[in-house]
Every structure is written in C-alpha cells, then in structure tokens.
Design a protein around this ligand. Sequence first.
Ligand code: ATP
Ligand code: MG
Length: 161
Amino acid sequence: MVYKNILVAYDKSEPANHALEAALELVEGDPEAKVNVVSVLTSMEEAYSFTGFGSGLSSETGSAALDYETIAAIEDTVATRQKDELTKKIGTIVPADQKDQVTVDIEFAPSPAAGVLSYAEKKGSDIIVMGNRGLGALRGLLGSVSFTVLRSAPIPVLIVK
Ligand code: ATP
Ligand code: MG
C-alpha cells in the first residue's frame, strides 16, 4: 500500500468512526503501516470542563492569569483522561489483529484544524483521513474543520461520509 503513515482526525462522531474504518482498510495486510488517531482539544475552557478545575476560575482572573505550570498540569490530566477514553472508544472499532498498528494522541491547539495540521507535520503523516461532518451543526456537506484541513493540508486528504 502507498500510504504507510496515516493520520485519522477523530472527534468521536459517526463520520469520524467511518474515517477510522477507512484508514484501517488502507493499512490492512501491511503490518508496517501505522494509523495515528488524533483528537484536538482547542481551549483551556474545554480542558477545565473535563477536570473540574473550572470552578476555581473567576471571570476576572481568566486563563491568562494561570501560570504555565498550572496549565501544563491541567493539560496533562486532561490528555491522560481523554486518551484513556479515546483508546476505549476506538477499541470497539479496531479489530484485535490491527491493534498494534494504531496509536492514539490528544493534541492541544488553538483550533481543531490547526491541531490536525501541526500533528500531521510532526508525525510526517502521508495522508489525513477525516469525516465530512463532526459533532457540530448537522446541515451542509462539509464541516469547518474538514474544509480548513482540506484547503490547507500539503498532503492528500480523504474525506469519509
Ligand atoms: P463544525 O465543527 O464546523 O460546526 P462539524 O462538527 O459537523 O461542523 P467538523 O468539525 O468539520 O464538522 O468535523 C469533520 C471531521 O473533522 C470530523 O469527522 C473529524 O474527522 C474531524 N474533526 C473535527 N473536530 C476535530 C477535533 N477536535 N479533533 C480531531 N478531529 C476533528
Ligand atoms: Mg466540529
């Protein structure tokens, strides 16, 4: 198979599940090929909602008042938790004989599209596979994350419905 290093942009939506299934088909029969599943978290606000740290924040202090170490600690906690959850969730989709080919990561970035693109660069991915829609609005063919990644990626993008 041409594609050895596949990135799946994953947001737990049904189209993202289909994207993962398509990626697994692409690497089937090629044990050297890898699938990196990445889920991007976009803001500290989102992070707080997963940790319960949020109640300690007033609107006056805001995230800007937090020091780097605190932010890093929160991101670590969230990443570990989310990674576990994601691993469980995709475990129901990935067949046992393909488990070794799949890794899961949480990426923090200013936007989901920016996170997907920077992660692809970091990993040297040779194709990005993603859903046409996600967890957001239900109208229209293409979500904003798919649109932005498709427009900006320097590598092929496979959009799965
Ligand atoms: P919008 O977000 O524009 O309201 P939407 O949620 O329907 O619309 P997108 O967010 O563009 O559509 O989702 C399309 C695909 O992009 C998803 O199936 C998934 O593959 C990927 N994606 C979306 N959000 C993330 C994210 N936070 N991390 C990783 N991949 C994502
Ligand atoms: Mg979305």
